[in-house]
Write a protein that binds this ligand. Structure first.
Ligand SMILES: [Zn+2]
Length: 226
């Protein structure tokens, strides 16, 4: 565990993080934490030790210097959601690349911008590289999973309960995914399954899963009646 930084050292590191953010990261939409949030201390510690992995317990110890009531287990990895480029090892260590946004965050931003700018289904397909958002099959070619029929991208609906003509509700899906998932699932804007949209997947589930679903629903509906 690295030796503890003084509050003065933390402030110096935080100032450097803010400067780098303004120069390199703001333009990508990376979120700079407010100073009443623990996250500024996370970033200051990771920046100070930016050449090495810092264990989250060491980060937590520093947070408690500034915020004595803070929890002992700070979830440093949540910085990734804000766009920070944090590499994690398997032992709870984290390392910050202060100059670049997280690649996943950049992809997400680019896809969102592309979705907003798309004026036609042809434009939307380009945002997804002319591939099925769900399975990655490439338009116009046969795919080994499906036989000789060429892949054709169709307008898949992210949520079958939402209007079919709502632009935000559309993802390109191949005819095979569109056919087999139709109406049973909702999807995120990456084309990944998010939730069930009918009882059909429950009907096909094992008895064990059905029992778990039933227990969950009994509890949920009992709580709603109160
Ligand atoms: Zn597909």
């Amino acid at each position: 565990m690295p030796e503890e930084l003084t509050v003065g050292q933390l402030n110096v590191a935080w100032q450097a993080v803010r400067d780098i953010h303004a120069q390199h990261l703001q333009v990508h939409g990376v979120n700079l934490p407010r100073e009443d949030s623990f996250k500024w201390v996370w970033l200051a510690v990771l920046y100070h030790y930016r050449e090495e992995f810092v264990h989250k317990d060491a980060v937590s110890a520093h947070v408690r210097q500034v915020f004595p009531d803070a929890a002992a287990d700070q979830q440093v990895r949540h910085l990734k959601r804000d766009g920070w480029n944090i590499e994690s090892d398997r032992k709870g260590g984290h390392r910050l690349d202060p100059y670049n946004p997280s690649p996943a965050f950049r992809n997400d931003q680019a896809r969102r911008r592309g979705r907003l700018a798309a004026r036609s289904f042809e434009d939307l397909k380009k945002v997804y590289g002319s591939k099925c958002a769900t399975c990655g099959a490439v338009e116009g070619r046969p795919d080994t999973r499906y036989g000789d029929e060429a892949v054709k991208l169709q307008q898949g609906h992210r949520d079958p309960e939402k209007p079919a003509d709502d632009k935000d509700n559309i993802v390109p899906q191949c005819q095979f995914c569109n056919r087999s998932y139709r109406g049973d699932f909702t999807f995120d804007d990456k084309g990944r399954v998010h939730a069930i949209a009918s009882v059909e997947p429950v009907r096909r589930a094992s008895v064990k899963v059905k029992a778990a679903v039933r227990a969950y629903l009994d509890k949920e509906f009992a709580a709603r009646k109160k």
